[in-house]
Design a protein around this ligand. Structure first.
Ligand SMILES: [Mg+2]
Length: 226
């Protein structure tokens, strides 16, 4: 068995997060159509998303299309988005990486975000079977446990470590993904995805990746071929 323990991030590492957003907008638009008889809200949300208005997107779209909406409608709209069944697919290189690395040693997944939403993504991608360990950080006790909090990484070391294991974290977001791996002696690898949601050049203190790749097919160049 390989000594490598490759731990992956989910959003914009294994599948395009923008595809999740767009399938959520379709679900939210369908809800608005059913609830208020308004057309075009999904297209409006797509447009705001393309312009980079992520935070106020739902409030803006609702105010534009349903100006006389009631208290609680915004929360309901966001809830529809968060709980929809995602229409998403793995990147082609992620299909390869999960079976390649998962076939020779235990691999893991650490992902931030509302736990039920992240669980729905894992279910839609049908990838749980590849992983020996999955940590939904919010399920550890809320948002405080999101990366770079060390608990999820410690969990991987505790459950998958031993016998000279070398840990690797593969993620897309240098603002949070690599701070703790770097501090704990892991190998940190940034995958740069065109169209990714997070700025690939916004780097946290201590969070610079040790390696940068443009495709998961390049992982053996960094980790060796075994
Ligand atoms: Mg990510």
């Amino acid at each position: 068995m390989s000594e490598l323990r490759v731990i992956f991030d989910l959003d914009d590492t294994l599948y395009p997060e923008s595809a999740f957003a767009r399938s959520g907008f379709r679900a939210a638009g369908a809800w608005a159509d059913a609830a208020f008889g308004v057309d075009g809200m999904a297209a409006e949300m797509d447009q705001l998303f393309s312009e980079g208005h992520l935070g106020p997107l739902f409030r803006k779209a609702l105010a534009r299309h349903v100006p006389d909406h009631a208290d609680g409608d915004l929360e309901r709209l966001v809830e529809v988005y968060r709980t929809h069944t995602p229409d998403i697919e793995l990147f082609e290189d992620a299909v390869w990486a999960l079976s390649h690395y998962g076939g020779t040693a235990p691999i893991g997944l650490i992902t931030d975000g509302t736990a039920s939403m992240q669980q729905a993504k894992v279910a839609a991608l049908d990838i749980a079977g590849h992983f020996s360990e999955i940590v939904f950080t919010d399920a550890l006790g809320g948002r405080d446990f999101r990366k770079p909090h060390p608990q999820s990484y410690e969990h991987m070391e505790r459950t998958l470590g031993g016998n000279g294991a070398r840990f690797v974290y593969v993620g897309d977001n240098p603002a949070k993904d690599f701070v703790t791996p770097n501090a704990r002696g892991w190998i940190s690898i940034q995958i740069r995805r065109p169209g990714g949601i997070h700025d690939p050049d916004k780097v946290a203190d201590g969070g610079a990746p040790q390696h940068t790749i443009n495709s998961l097919h390049e992982l053996p160049d960094v980790l060796g071929r075994s």
